[in-house]
Design a protein around this ligand. Structure first.
Ligand code: AMP
Ligand code: GLY
Length: 422
């Protein structure tokens, strides 16, 4: 089979490496891929949002199956367009991808179908938002409606900060069109859990749970990033909580999307907060998370391509989805300065041992050398029998990846380890 994977991050590298385990795969094209992915797939310089060119490439190269990994091509209808040409895909169509594409949509969906989430108000007029903020409980959370590279969420600790955030989004277009509608919601507390789930629109098969580390600094300080590291499984996500989430959140969400005529097929990502009043949805993503995928797929024992195709053709109920009873940790190395501006173009060197455990994100190949080209550069991932060993091993392996200005958090997994020993 000839496969096409749309995207260019560490997540896509992990997906491609896992897809390659299937013996029927004869070729994988990554559009556009990256310098590290080039070792595992044929990279083609077509951008992930250049839908016309993606479709043209897929048709010309007789692609048998496509995986659309990032949020923007999904929201833009890449799957719809490939399907029109008879190419089956893993990922939701545009109608279903709106669950991530519009926070106003997802909040209204949860309200309508009684799915637990933070209480909220939606505003399309600045004056109404400012009026509401006069009496809103503080802290409060201000979110741009549309996709904003994970940066459209402001936790306002004071009324002034909330006013500034709303004004930036609505009057100053800080997030472009994404922020012309804003959601202002209740501030929730509790441990966060990421649950990625396969669904064919009928059944839901959650993958092993994980924990992201979104802030740039140790002990969850500093700016938000795309994610500086992950561990799986998440120790806060007990069997009892998992059963509750299935009952109160996962199944109702899939049913709600069906009832709205927006059947979701693909990977549905539940960003959850385990509040004192039970698990609540912080956000939905219409795709695999990054760097959650790196730890989750490292623990997956079943064949990824088989599971993905069963989501597409509605046979997930009969398909085995199994994960190892082990632990995984992924440590991201980022360019110094990320998530603000940072220099690029530094050579990346890796020991053979580190390379075997490293998914590459922001890197390009030039004259045979791997050079940094993005914020998050690599994610080194280890699997072990205990969380403690997985964390230790991921850090040891990540010592084998070097480039000028490389930055990593030093406490990936520590919060999870503390949770375990309480
Ligand atoms: P999001 O991009 O929606 O995942 O939000 C980014 C981060 O902001 C989340 O991972 C949470 O840590 C935090 N966050 C989002 N919504 C809330 C909320 N209602 N209460 C508290 N924290 C939140
Ligand atoms: N790691 C969070 C995300 O992929 O959105």
């Amino acid at each position: 089979m000839k496969l096409l994977v749309v995207g260019s991050g560490g997540r896509e590298h992990a997906i491609i490496k896992k897809l390659k385990e299937n013996k029927s795969v004869s070729a994988i094209y990554a559009l556009p891929g990256n310098g590290g992915i080039a070792a595992d797939a044929t990279c083609v310089p077509i951008g992930a949002t250049d839908i016309d060119k993606i479709v043209e490439f897929a048709v010309e190269n007789a692609i048998d199956y496509a995986v659309v990994a990032p949020d923007d091509p999904l929201v833009l209808g890449c799957v719809d367009r490939l399907n029109e040409k008879g190419i089956p895909c893993f990922g939701p169509d545009a109608k279903a991808a709106i669950i991530e594409g519009s926070k106003a949509f997802s909040k209204n969906l949860m309200k309508k179908y009684g799915i637990p989430t933070a209480s909220y108000e939606i505003f399309t007029e600045l004056s109404a938002a400012l009026e509401y903020l006069k009496t809103a409980p503080i802290p409060t959370v201000v979110k741009a409606d549309g996709l904003a590279l994970g940066k459209g969420v402001i936790i306002a600790q004071t009324r002034e900060e909330a006013i500034e955030a709303v004004t930036d989004m609505m009057a100053n277009a800080k997030f472009g069109k994404s922020g012309s509608t804003v959601v202002i919601e209740e501030f929730l507390t509790g441990p966060e859990v990421s649950v990625l789930a396969f669904t064919d629109g009928k059944v839901v098969r959650p993958m092993v749970s994980s924990m992201d580390h979104k802030r740039v600094g140790d002990h969850d300080t500093g700016l938000n990033t795309g994610g500086m590291g992950t561990i799986a499984p998440n120790p806060y996500y007990t069997e009892e909580i998992a059963a509750r989430c299935m009952e109160e959140i996962f199944l109702p969400t899939v049913a709600a999307m069906n009832a709205e005529g927006r059947t979701f097929k693909g990977c549905l990502y539940f960003g959850l907060m385990l509040t004192p009043n039970g698990p609540k949805v912080i956000e939905y993503n219409c795709r695999f998370g990054d760097p959650e995928t790196q730890v989750v797929l490292s623990l997956m024992e079943s064949d990824l391509l088989t599971v993905m195709r069963s989501c597409t053709n509605g046979t997930l109920a009969e398909t085995e989805v199994k994960f190892a009873d082990k632990h995984a940790c992924c440590v991201i190395l980022a360019s110094g300065g990320y998530p603000e501006s940072y220099p690029k173009g530094f050579e990346i060197t890796m020991t053979a041992e580190a390379a075997a455990h490293t998914y590459v994100a922001g890197a390009k190949l030039e004259n045979g050398k791997l050079l940094t080209s993005g914020g998050r550069v690599t994610g080194t991932t280890a699997v072990a029998d205990s969380l403690e060993k997985a964390v230790k091993e991921a850090y040891r392996l990540s010592d084998g990846v070097q480039f000028e200005g490389a930055y990593r958090r030093s406490d990936i997994g520590q919060r999870a380890l503390q949770a375990k020993t309480r």
